[in-house]
Design a protein around this ligand. Structure first.
Ligand code: AKG
Length: 318
């Protein structure tokens, strides 16, 4: 097991922003100009494969040219606002995350996979919508202060510490209602989720990932057939996020890239509902999300097929 550093390495130029980020695990800041958003929208419609629907990050694409071009161009456009807020960092990914209308566009409650050695560094996402966000079009919900609850190794093969309370968790998350071009900077270990897009319009977001300039890239794998209290650590290079072919397929398998550094001890922390109640504030988010759907569900004009879709959306949050 590892321990967090006593002091997070400073990455925000402004001390007040740095402190707010460390306390809550996220911070909201103005980010893109109108012209930058226009350029990003054009880029999205030029590059994005038409066949991909639901919840679709460009990192999931099997088309390496798409992943690479989206990465390069988003990073280029992010340079200006990132330079404005940040110091001593390196940017290692630019990606689109699209949510087309429909029940399949929800993203479950999760923490992002570990990408750095968190005994020394922090991995941070800059998540920026290109349209105004509402609960109905699938905004981000976060659990303030849930980052760094425990030192965790995270990856799709590793049980999450809130697995036992996964369903109850939604009711503690807070929607982040922001305008197009505003950014949520969030610690990768914060618990977050986003409901399906219940509107008729696509929701497009850019997600840029950065970390401290000296950070070493690491990923972790747990073999569920193993009886060991340990996970396997891999050294990865900085282009891991765009090179990795397993996001869209075989995500639970042992990584086919990177250098194994061997096994590290892990005690698989786990919380119960009392822990949730004691440490976090209930927001009744489930009701908030359910309320976003009935307006559509009660429309007389819906065909039986459409009604079925709305029912499936409701099922996701009940
Ligand atoms: O874009 C979204 O709706 C959710 C994004 C997310 O969960 C992530 O990037 O980890």
């Amino acid at each position: 097991m590892f321990a967090f550093p006593t002091q997070m390495l400073k990455v925000f130029k402004d001390e007040a922003i740095q402190q707010q980020f460390e306390k809550d695990g996220y911070v909201v800041l103005p980010f893109y100009t109108e012209a930058e958003m226009e350029e990003l929208n054009q880029l999205y419609y030029r590059l994005h494969p038409k066949s991909e629907t639901g919840f679709f990050p460009s990192t999931f694409s099997q088309d390496k040219n798409y992943r690479t071009e989206a990465d390069r161009e988003i990073r280029r456009i992010c340079d200006r606002p990132m330079e404005h807020y940040l110091e001593n960092i390196k940017t290692v990914l630019g990606a689109f995350i699209a949510k087309t209308p429909g029940p399949e566009s929800g993203m479950c409650v999760h923490q992002d996979m570990s990408l750095v050695d968190e005994s020394r560094y922090t991995g941070i996402n800059i998540w920026v919508p290109l349209c105004d966000l509402t609960v109905q079009n699938g905004t981000l919900f976060v659990l303030p202060g849930s980052h760094r609850q425990f030192p965790t190794y995270r990856g799709s093969s590793i049980p999450e510490f809130f697995e036992k309370v996964n369903d109850a968790m939604i009711d503690y998350l807070q929607p982040v209602i922001i305008k197009a071009g505003e950014a949520v900077f969030f610690d990768q270990s914060i618990i977050h989720f986003s409901p399906p897009n219940y509107t008729n319009d696509i929701r497009i977001v850019t997600n840029t990932y950065f970390t401290h300039k000296e950070a070493e890239f690491r990923t972790y794998f747990y073999d569920k057939n193993s009886a060991l209290q340990s996970v396997e650590e891999f050294e990865q290079n900085d282009s891991f996020m765009t090179d990795f072919e397993q996001f869209g397929a075989n995500i639970h398998d042992r990584p086919k890239v990177g250098k194994s550094l061997g096994m590290v001890d892990y005690d698989f922390p786990s919380i119960n509902s009392e822990y949730l109640e004691k440490h976090f504030t209930r927001t009744h988010a489930r009701q908030l999300i359910a309320d976003a759907v009935p307006k559509l569900e009660t429309e007389e004009t819906h065909s039986p097929k459409e009604k079925n879709i709305f029912q499936r959306m409701l099922d996701l949050v009940r």
